[in-house]
Design a binder for this molecule. Sequence first.
Ligand code: G4P
Length: 288
Amino acid sequence: MQFQWYPGHMTKAKRQMQEDIKLIDLVIELVDARVPLSSRNPDIDELGKNKFRLILMNKADLADAAVSGSWKAYFADKGYAVVELDARNRAGMKTITSVIMEVCKEKIERDRKRGIQNRPVRAMVVGIPNVGKSTFINSFAGRACAKTGNKPGVTKGKQWIRLNKNVELLDTPGILWPKFEDQTVGLHLAWIGAMNDEIINIDELAVELIKKLKQDYPGTIGGRYAVEGKAVDETKTEAEILGAIAENRGCIGRGGEPDYGKAAALLIDEFRGGKLGRITLERPAKHV
Ligand code: G4P
C-alpha cells in the first residue's frame, strides 16, 4: 500500500495511462470521500479529455454524509457523473452499471445509429494508491466475471473483464500520483494513510488532526477519549489534549510521563479506522 513516487515512476505511470486511455470510452476515477480533492491527480482531466467521466467517491462509509452531499453537487456542477461508494460492499455495485450506461448513452446511441450492435462500453479504473481501486474492481466484477482475453486491435497483454454484454473493464487500474508537493494535500493524504508513514512525523500529524477536529467536529475528541472522572478539555492546547488522551488511554512512559508518540499513533489509527465517527477533512468552497 505504501508508495513513494519518484520522477521515473511518474513518467512511466503517465505513459502507461496515455496508452491505456486510447482503448477506452469511460474513465472511472476513484477519489477518497474524506478528502475528495486532495486524493485526485492533477493531470487526470488532461489525460481523460474527450472521454466520458465518472467519479466514485469511495470510502463514503468513513466520510461525513452531509459534506459528501456538497461534494457531489460540486462535482456534478463541473460536469462529472458522481456516485458515493463503499467499494467493499457488493450490493452497492448494482447501480454502477446503470450509471455507466447513462453516462455513455451518447456513444451507445451513436453506435446504434451506425448499425453497430453489441459493442460494449470500455472503461478503466484510475486513482491514487490506496483509494480502493482493487477493492472496487473485485466487487464490481464479482465472481461472475469472465476475462475476454486479448482481441485483435488491443494492445498485447491487456485483459478485459466482461461485466455484462454492455460493459468491459480493463483489469489493471491506472495508478496516478497525488499532488503531494502541496503541503495541505500532503497533510490530508497523511491523515488518511495514503502516504508513507515512515516519512511522517506522527506527533505533528496528530496535533494537526486535533486542531482540525476541534474546529470542524467539536466534541469528537472529548467524546471519544474522556474516561470516568477524566474529561478531555478541548479548550486546552493540542499538545495538552494529546497528553490527556495519553493519560486516559494508558499511554504512559517508564517514568510515568505521558507517551505522546503512542497517543498520537493511537489517535491517527482510530481516525483512519472510522472510530472517531464519519469525518470529512476537506470541504468544497461553497459548503455551508
Ligand atoms: P488500491 O487498489 O487503490 O491501492 O486500494 P485497495 O483496493 O487495495 O484498498 C486499500 C484499502 O482500503 C484496503 O484496506 C481496502 O479494504 C480499503 N477500502 C477500499 N474501499 C473501501 C471503502 O469503500 N471503505 C472502507 N472503509 N475501506 C475501503 P487495507 O486495510 O489495506 O486492507 P484490508 O485490511 O481491508 O485487507
